[in-house]
Design a protein around this ligand. Structure first.
Ligand code: ADP
Length: 216
């Protein structure tokens, strides 16, 4: 299947994407993960993206489309893909539409994870991430803590707070989301592809996405 996950930072896109890829063996494509990997590796892309990311601003559309144009043509995408954190702007959504036409691919579903703002704020300030870029397991100091030593339960690497998870950057990311990304909800609603899910339980969200896919 080919799915887009929409939702504010902290809405749970990454968690749901992982559940979906385990379920149908498609690949998760997270532009955030790709960019963080590039920053860590110190590549040209990483150098260009770092400042925007640390300030909680969006990376320019042209950089993102360069990444996605090649990523979607990699062989593992033949099994289907879950787009997590992309598209993030109307120009990205327009460019994606053209790219999918060119590759002769059709989307199955666009899911909007609609989570109340207080829940989002609480999650973002308590979220921690495994520092190993090949793992990136997500933790939460309240609901899913790492080991007592602050290590990842899966790979043993230190679990850290992301550089863009300071209060200032979080506020900026939520503003950016409202201004640039929230308009995509209406965009995909008009295309007739949107499924709105307003639960905060990942199991419930997963169940309703599976039900929506069965109706396809
Ligand atoms: P979150 O959804 O929690 O904000 P992500 O990991 O998806 O986190 O993204 C982290 C940062 O990477 C964003 O704040 C932004 O700077 C950059 N980024 C990720 N995806 C995109 C995208 N599609 N377009 C522009 N910038 C992006």
């Amino acid at each position: 299947m080919r799915i887009i996950l929409l939702g504010a930072p902290g809405a749970g896109k990454g968690t749901i994407a992982k559940m979906l890829t385990d379920y149908d063996r498609s690949v998760q494509i997270s532009t955030g993960d790709i960019l963080r990997g590039a920053v860590k590796a110190g590549t040209e892309l990483g150098k260009k993206a770092q400042g925007y990311m640390e300030r909680g601003e969006l990376v320019p559309d042209s950089l993102i489309m360069d990444i996605m144009e090649s990523r979607l043509q990699e062989p593992d995408c033949k099994k289907g893909f879950i787009l997590d954190g992309f598209p993030r702007t109307i120009p990205q959504a327009d460019a994606l539409k053209k790219l999918l036409q060119k590759l002769n691919l059709k989307l199955d579903l666009v899911v909007n994870l609609d989570v109340p703002r207080p829940v989002i704020l609480d999650r973002l300030t308590t979220r921690r991430t495994c520092s190993n870029s090949a793992c990136q397991e997500i933790y939460n100091v309240k609901s899913k803590p790492p080991t007592a030593e602050g290590k990842c339960k899966k790979c043993g690497s230190p679990v850290v707070q992301r550089a863009d998870e300071t209060e200032e950057a979080i506020t900026k990311r939520l503003e950016t989301y409202n201004e640039k990304t929230a308009p995509l909800i209406q965009y995909y609603q008009q295309e007739g592809a949107l499924k709105n899910v307003s639960s905060t339980s990942s199991d419930e969200i997963f169940t309703s996405i599976k039900a929506a896919l069965k109706g396809k």
